[in-house]
Design a protein around this ligand. Structure first.
Ligand code: SF4
Length: 371
């Protein structure tokens, strides 16, 4: 079984914290869609496709006609009859009822929306192009169209945000009944406008202790509302964990289509070129614009440890010892000892798990366990 990820690198406006690859070339979207359909044909195989995820960028910058061509092209190259989860990322101000109904007609059964905050001043600070009211309207439109699986992203640590305003955003999400929520701590990626503003003293970052408090409030509010905290940044109502992302964390293979998309065949990864123009040009010339990356054994070990320990299910020791016997397993068991003693790690039913109340220090634990 496998998943397909399609990257749509179009954004109408850049958010100041973002370092993802995207462009504002929506006038060339037709060329891009045609190129992705061609790439699908080049990568065609007999895998059973279980999940499709169209992400970005901003996929909702594509018109319904363009998305329809894209999905029709996928159907030609892959058997989509077993797809269980089909997600499209949307921006709140792109979607009206007609657009959402069009997505339903294409088979989309899950919508993921970058809301980031339900406080207008915070949205303005990070240069989002929607306001809180538009996000609420969009969620209601999605529900009215019959999509019963809505995921939203929220960000904590936005300059000017307080624990109180953060809790208000989380509670608003709960009140709207979203099935899935991803919450990320704002990061200052080098080279982004946000990073430059901090360097120039033009904004005051939220301090670490407040971010820890925000994370605690997040977990408490969502636990009280019945959400499962199944990955360090991800929460879901029972039965609504993201199948597509869970497959990434389980090491399932996936096919990535589009500029800057990655593919993984269970052994190695390949990366598509992160340039809209070059991607379209090379595909039109009949070349796959990707480079292979064959992971070394220690890189595969690190990845398994890192990804598994960020989830509530943790790391399966049996699997680790089968895939990485000898030195790797010994290293893991030796390094794990002190964290077991300190309570940063627990071992239950053959799995090593970082307890939820230690996830804020989880990165340090994981670093110790890596090769
Ligand atoms: S919409 Fe998403 S991909 Fe585009 S700039 Fe904002 S965060 Fe980045």
């Amino acid at each position: 079984m496998a998943g397909i990820y399609i990257h749509i690198p179009l954004c109408k406006q850049r958010c100041i914290y973002c370092d993802f690859y995207s462009t504002q070339l929506s006038e060339r979207a037709d060329d891009y869609v045609a190129a992705v359909v061609s790439e699908a044909a080049m990568r065609t195989n007999d895998d059973v496709i279980k999940t499709i995820y169209i992400g970005g960028g901003t996929p909702s910058q594509l018109t319904l006609a363009q998305l329809t061509r894209l999905v029709a092209g996928l159907r030609v190259s892959f058997d989509l009859s077993m797809v269980e989860e089909f997600t499209v990322e949307v921006n709140p101000d792109d979607v009206d009822s007609d657009y959402i109904c069009g997505l339903v007609d294409l088979g989309v059964n899950r919508v993921s929306m970058g809301v980031q905050s339900f406080v207008d001043e915070e949205l303005h600070t990070i240069n989002r192009r929607h306001d809180a009211g538009q996000a609420i309207d969009a969620i209601n439109n999605i529900r009215d169209a019959g999509i019963g699986n809505v995921s939203i992203d929220l960000i904590y640590g936005i300059p000017g945000q307080t624990v109180e305003t953060w809790c208000k955003s989380v509670s608003t999400a709960v009140g709207l009944g979203v099935e899935h929520l991803s919450a990320y701590n704002l990061t200052y990626e080098e080279g982004t406008p946000l990073w430059r503003m901090r360097e120039a003293g033009k904004l005051k970052p939220v301090d670490d202790d407040t971010c820890v408090e925000m994370y605690k409030c997040l977990t408490e509010i969502l636990a009280g509302a019945g959400y499962e905290h199944y990955e360090i940044s991800n929460f879901a109502r029972p039965g609504f964990r993201s199948k597509h992302n869970s497959a990434y964390w389980n090491g399932t293979s996936y096919i990535g289509l589009g500029a800057a998309a990655h593919s993984y065949d269970g052994e190695g990864r390949s990366y598509n070129i992160a340039s809209f123009h070059e991607y379209v040009k090379q595909i039109n010339a009949g070349h796959l614009p990707s480079v292979n990356e064959d992971l070394l054994q220690w890189e595969r070990y690190d990845e398994m440890v890192m990804v598994a320990l960020r989830t509530a299910d943790g790391l399966n020791l049996d699997l680790l010892s089968k895939r990485f016997p000898g030195d790797y397993l010994n290293h893991f068991l030796n390094e794990a000892q002190k964290h077991l003693t300190q309570g940063n790690l627990i071992c239950r039913e053959g799995r090593y798990v970082i307890p939820e109340d230690r996830w804020m220090v989880g990165d340090a634990v994981i670093r110790d366990l890596m090769w």
